[in-house]
Design a protein around this ligand. Structure first.
Ligand code: SF4
Length: 350
């Protein structure tokens, strides 16, 4: 069995739809972020280190050079001949629409690029940008908008200095899907003050608004961030690997089968990763998720539309208990931190 026997993956979807493997090539097009330059905020999200996107800290290469190295790296693992240009680093809609069009078309003119995936913040996507993306779709190209929501709780978003709330996400998500643009939403597990109940509520909110794809990530503590200082002072405790696996599996079970998972974990470069150490081992986490889904005898969608459940309520801590609300509804207080992960969970997850 493979993880794709339990999860509807984006790769599977592309293969079924296009009859061949299609991979993403991640790009840094030299954007910045309005949450860093003062337009929306200063300092950025508390967990964000510029170098997470570009570990060498140097100016990004030309798009052509990035495509070449992306193709070479992917060729070592697969025989994929077609690719999606994934504008990943920073806020990839943070420019004038004409500039964006020129940039995106520069990528699309590559002979083997069959579409675009554009990662951005919910408060930085105008109607004109959505019209631009919808136009590419009408040309027959694959087009995805990737929105970093991270949490549906405004209090959490404020706590990590995100600079936007759920409202902006709700508006852009609806407007994108009205235009037929496929939407992939990013959620982080382990944000300060959150626990399993929050992850479930965030997922339920995203599903309720409407979404086509999801990315799940554990929160990384990386160097030169506010979060790193909070972690050093003992104010933040990252999720342990086994906790992450349990929470991710809970969310996968609650997600309807037709929604594609673009990712169920994420990694950070070793040279800037402070904690948790397991975040540097993507395959170890993926194997753990696969084993846990097999152990439960479950798969994606088995608990879709079920009642709110709290199966894995150990959580990242921040300033003790929190009481926060989503969509105007009050949520229960986080349960008390579980000091030691349940042994059984470690045994079956490894
Ligand atoms: S929105 Fe993205 S790029 Fe901007 S500060 Fe937050 S994590 Fe960093």
């Amino acid at each position: 069995m493979a993880i794709s026997d339990y999860i509807h993956t984006f790769g599977q979807y592309l293969f079924a739809r296009h009859g061949e493997r299609i991979h993403k090539i991640a790009l840094d097009a030299g954007f910045t972020c309005p949450n860093r330059d003062g337009a929306k905020g200063i300092g950025g999200c508390t967990f964000c280190n510029n170098n997470s996107f570009n570990p060498n800290g140097s100016e990004p290469q030309t798009l052509e050079a990035q495509f070449d190295s992306g193709r070479r790296a992917i060729a070592k693992r697969t025989r994929a001949k077609k690719f999606i240009a994934y504008f990943q680093a920073y806020t990839n809609t943070y420019a004038d629409v004409a500039e964006l069009d020129a940039l995106y078309r520069q990528a699309l003119k590559q002979h083997d690029i069959v579409g675009l995936s554009v990662g951005t913040r919910p408060d930085c996507v105008s109607g004109e940008v959505l019209d631009l993306l919808a136009g590419y779709r009408e040309e027959g190209l694959i087009v995805w908008l990737e929105l970093g929501l991270q949490s549906a709780f405004d209090e959490t978003l404020r706590r990590v200095n995100r600079g936007h709330g759920l409202k902006e996400y709700r508006e852009v998500a609806a407007a994108a899907r009205q235009r037929g643009i496929s939407l992939c939403t990013h959620l982080i597990l382990g944000l300060p003050g959150e626990c399993g109940s929050h992850y479930h509520a965030s997922l339920d909110t995203v599903l309720d608004i409407g979404v086509d794809g999801l990315k799940l990530h554990p929160l990384h503590v990386v160097k030169h961030t506010v979060l790193a200082n909070q972690w050093r002072r003992g104010e933040y405790r990252p999720l342990q690997r086994e906790e992450y696996i349990l929470h991710a599996c809970d969310l996968i079970e609650r997600t309807p089968e037709h929604i594609m998972f673009h990712r169920v974990t994420g990694t950070a470069p070793k040279d800037i990763l402070l904690a948790p150490e397991w975040c540097s081992q993507k395959w170890n986490v993926l194997n753990g998720i696969e084993h846990e889904l097999a152990r439960r005898g479950t798969r994606q969608g088995r608990l879709a539309q079920g009642p709110l459940i709290k199966t894995s309520d150990s959580h990242a801590t921040f300033d003790g208990k929190t009481r926060i609300a989503v969509g105007g509804k009050s949520m229960a207080e986080c349960p008390v931190l579980i000091q030691n992960p349940v042994e059984e969970e470690i045994l079956y997850a490894t």
